[in-house]
Design a binder for this molecule. Structure first.
Ligand SMILES: C[S@@+](CC[C@H](N)C(=O)[O-])C[C@H]1O[C@@H](n2cnc3c(N)ncnc32)[C@H](O)[C@@H]1O
Length: 202
């Protein structure tokens, strides 16, 4: 049996225009749990350097800065970065950069943590993105992905935005192929179940 692709929404056209602005504003709400979980799973420490891949309007970046981490938020949608800059203008020393998972605008070995929240299901090219995550991580750095657990990848609308468990397993396997070590899949219950994958740069 072939492994299920972790990026079944790779053909999403991207966020722009009025609907993109609506999405960006809506992603400012209800994202605290994912941000706190990412901090926990990544064991992010004050003073560490984080790259948030597909940061959207930046809620998780704000949480990381509040903890005392240095953070770069990367997103391919200018509308997301506009909302992030406006909402978090009082949050000091965050860099918001236009880019993609497949081409991170970050220097080699800069990051202690790379995380991507509710975004891997949109990555165009998982192999290139994992190579990029590996490139920007310092030795011993951690890659963390978090996705809402879904039951049907073919469901209509937002019900298909997330991962089934076998997609998380498949992503963990791909991490190993890209030189990450000790990949671990977690299931976190609460208001809905969330899947995490954490893998370490050797
Ligand atoms: C559902 S939103 C999640 C935003 C934010 N991470 C959060 O948890 O609130 C998905 C984000 O991924 C971004 N995205 C889509 N394709 C991407 C890619 N290839 N590389 C990086 N980010 C991407 C979108 O622009 C969007 O901001």
């Amino acid at each position: 049996m072939t492994s299920p692709a972790p990026n079944h929404h790779a053909s999403h056209p991207g966020f722009s225009g009025a609907s993109g602005l609506f999405a960006a504003v809506s992603f400012l709400f209800g994202r605290d749990r994912a941000a706190e979980l990412a901090i926990d799973v990544a064991a992010l420490q004050p003073g560490e350097r984080l790259v948030d891949v597909g940061c959207g309007p930046g809620v998780a970046v704000h949480h990381a800065r509040s903890l005392g981490a240095t953070a770069i938020g990367v997103d391919p949608a200018p509308v997301m970065l506009r909302v992030a800059r406006a909402r978090w203008r009082a949050t000091p020393a965050v860099q918001w950069r236009l880019g993609t998972a497949e081409g991170l605008p970050v220097e080699d070995g800069w990051a202690n943590v790379v995380w991507s929240l509710s975004t891997v299901h949109h990555w165009h090219d998982v192999d290139r993105s994992l190579a990029e995550a590996r490139r920007v991580l310092a030795p011993g750095g951690r890659l963390v992905t978090i996705e809402r657990r879904i039951t049907d990848i073919n469901a209509d609308g937002s019900a298909s935005h997330g991962w089934q468990r076998d997609q998380a397993d498949s992503f963990a396997e791909l991490c190993t192929r890209h030189g990450f070590v000790r990949p671990a899949v977690g299931e976190h219950t609460g208001k809905g179940t969330v899947l995490s994958v954490v893998a370490h740069a050797g």
